[in-house]
Write a protein that binds this ligand. Structure first.
Ligand code: SF4
Length: 470
């Protein structure tokens, strides 16, 4: 579904996502059951994984339905008003079907708004309050005496398919973009020591993960708060620097994909790692706009002319570099001229994958008051023009791949309806799961999830590639 892509792009920052149900696992006899709803971005998904891992370690069982569970946890998203509405509706559903409900996540940072609607909730905790969530679960449904620790695989419980995993390297953000309340909800940047991240990555790779998706609010700021302190990893010390961490991750034998990167100068060095084949030739940079006036109102660094020069230089070093980004249209005060500037920039930068969302006022965000709002119908019209322009760019970029042989990671074997068992849906190095395009693969043998196969590309459309496994 093509338009769904744009909606999925919201995942990068804020859109609600119901996590897929974790695999069913054996559980001890009378283990208490927890039902879990995970809404929000991939960062929130990582929080959910941590909470579930801890609960599974203590012997809790995951219930597939609210009904019959001993307690329900709702991990909420509080970024946009629409995300809040979805969170409140998920809480309402859990209250109606079960009644013993714990709320956590971004929306938990504003407990009054939730308490007003649901006075009987068992507990409300903010984002990353793992211990508080687990303590609330203990109160509602005490753990079984024998925790059956061996039920938990050493890499923890993952909500993503087994062959890829999100690797969160820091929390919070030191920026203060005027449309964003994430720093208010999640606080300033707090980075994990490099060795800590690398140990988790190594465990994941040992458990079969083939692709690591590095996430945070601002990946290139990684380590700033730690003053880039080194920590011991294997026989050496690794500094908490974006470049050093990316290099070490690149040694683990999995694909490494970098998300939420800002074009700070040291990104140029990471592009060098892409040229060496250590990390994927893929950069996810949320540019948000191109007009200096809008960027200033957004309180974002705003020299997109210089950024264009850097993009050209990156592509000289890594000719097949794929750029993905997100943009906001209809930001308060955005003029027709600003918007045209954005479209021109998009064409110049040849952004491979772009998500676009219409500005929506966020309670508590300074952006709401910077200028007069753009009328809804103008936002709609600009959004359609943006998507048409982006579709043309994407189609051209993909057409250039026809005839090439690309490594493709298989996400869904047998995914083409009505076709033979040897067909599958996968992704090239240029596409992240959930938010980018796919490669539809025909093969003479059944393909396995997570397998990386070489595919000869035969055809391209606006978003996807089609080819044959060779
Ligand atoms: S960089 Fe800006 S948009 Fe992203 S989390 Fe930080 S403040 Fe929000």
């Amino acid at each position: 579904m093509k338009l769904g892509r744009a909606a999925l792009d919201l995942l990068l920052m804020n859109s609600p996502l119901r996590a897929p149900a974790p695999e069913a696992m054996p559980a001890p006899g009378a283990a208490p059951k927890v039902s879990f709803v995970s809404l929000g971005c991939p960062k929130a998904l990582v929080d959910s994984e941590r909470i579930i891992t801890q609960l599974r370690a203590e012997g809790y069982e995951l219930a597939k339905k609210h009904d019959g569970a001993d307690v329900v946890i709702v991990n909420t998203c509080g970024f946009l008003d629409s995300a809040k509405a979805e969170s409140l509706s998920a809480i309402g559903e859990a209250m109606a079907e079960n009644g013993k409900v714990i709320v956590t996540g971004c929306m938990g940072a504003e407990p009054e708004a939730i308490r007003d609607r649901f006075p009987d909730l068992l507990a409300i905790t903010g984002p990353q309050a793992y211990e508080s969530v687990v303590a609330a679960v203990h109160r509602a449904a005490p753990p079984a005496h024998d925790p059956f620790l061996d039920l938990v695989p050493p890499q923890g419980v993952k909500l993503t398919p087994r062959h890829y995993a999100y690797l969160k390297i820091s929390e919070g953000c030191n920026n203060r973009c005027s449309f964003c309340i994430i720093p208010k909800l999640r606080g300033d940047l707090v980075s994990r020591p490099a060795a800590d991240v690398l140990r988790e990555a190594e465990r994941l790779v040992k458990a079969g993960v083939k692709e690591l998706l590095v996430i945070s609010q601002d990946t290139s700021a990684y380590g700033l708060d730690l003053r880039y302190a080194a920590s011991p990893w294997r026989d050496r010390e690794v500094r908490a620097r974006f470049l050093d961490l990316a290099r070490e991750l690149g040694e683990l034998g999995a694909w490494v994909r970098l998300h939420y990167v800002y074009p700070y100068p040291h990104v140029d060095e990471v592009v060098g790692l892409m040229a060496e084949g250590k990390v994927l030739p893929y950069l996810d940079i949320p540019f948000q706009h191109a007009s200096p006036a809008v960027l200033k109102a957004m309180r974002r660094p705003g020299n997109q002319g210089k950024t264009l020069e850097r993009i050209r230089a990156w592509r000289k070093t890594v000719p097949d570099l794929a750029l993905r980004s997100t943009f906001i249209v209809g930001f308060p005060g955005e003029t027709e001229e600003d918007f045209d500037m954005l479209l021109d920039w998009l064409k110049e930068a040849k952004i491979d994958r772009a998500g676009c969302f219409k500005y929506e006022p966020v309670a508590g965000a300074p952006a709401n008051d910077v200028a007069a709002p753009v009328p809804q119908e103008v936002k709609e019209e600009r959004w359609h023009r943006f998507m048409r322009t982006q579709q043309e760019i994407s189609a051209k970029r993909l057409a250039a791949k026809v005839g090439k042989r690309l490594p493709v990671i298989i996400d869904e074997p047998g995914a083409i309806p009505g076709s033979s068992p040897g067909t599958a849906k996968g992704r090239s190095k240029y596409d992240a799961p959930e938010i980018d395009g796919s490669v539809f693969v025909a093969a003479r043998r059944p393909l396995r999830q997570g397998e990386i196969v070489t595919v000869k590309i035969e055809r391209a459309d606006a978003y996807d590639l089609h080819g044959v496994a060779v």
